[in-house]
Design a protein around this ligand. Sequence first.
Ligand code: ZN
Length: 300
Amino acid sequence: MTVVYSIEAPYRGRYELHRLTFGSGSPRVAIVAGLHGNELNGMHAVNMLAAALRAQRPRGTVHLFPLVNTFGADEARKRWPFDDRDINKAFPGDPDGTAVQRIASALLDATDADVCVDVHSGAPHVRELPQVRVPLSGRELELGRAMGLPLVWRREGARLQASGLIGAWRDAGRQALHVVGGRGITLDTGHSATIARGLKRLLGHLGLVRHVDPNETVADVTRVEVGVHRAATGGFFVPEVRVGALVKPGHLLGYLQMPIGGDRIGELRARRGGVVVTVRAWPMVYAQELLVRVAGTDST
Ligand SMILES: [Zn+2]
């Protein structure tokens, strides 16, 4: 383990940006997790990958950054705790700037690689099926598909996250993949293991390691193939499905109830068949908030 950057902290130990490096030479891959301090699945997945790479030295270089926002993680916070800034909004960063700008700049320098992956959880109020978000075409789509994660989400334009670490990597001419799985605040060991297998398949595709896990992709979609269900009114959402469930049109996805007393306000039924890729986890909802997403599969 190498400390690639550190900052003096006012009332506790120094902030340190840790990197684990396996192998040497080309190709070079960098995998980042914990840019948001409350997103634990990526951290766990990257540590699982580290265990695999200790057993099998890669033919090429793999840089792992299991947890960037250590101080945020200490306090279960997404952002940097001192000034409540989002490190992912500080790219490309500034070596003479504020703490988050310095960290962003150091991370961008330290992830000088051919292929870069940024792993996130969903927001704390939703659970996401492990997925990779990629452009509509090109090398990143090929690499994303090679991960074999349950969902490949091809996104256009602004939805592709032109800003943040992903955008900064693309501006620097690196191939960048955005992985999301599970929900914030929560460690889901199953989703973490799925993400770890996806990372290993990517390394396998690039020729760095042998990989044996079969592809797990259930849906490979663009936005128009994703059915988005929002709350018709405010209420308390009780889901009847989990992420990964296969549903047919009309399948009961959940109920909206009165928060006090539990009277049923309405029910949510799938408009299309496919796989459930997002489920609201925090039940208190306002009108128009996201409840469930269903992505079309080949069989639907
Ligand atoms: Zn995140």
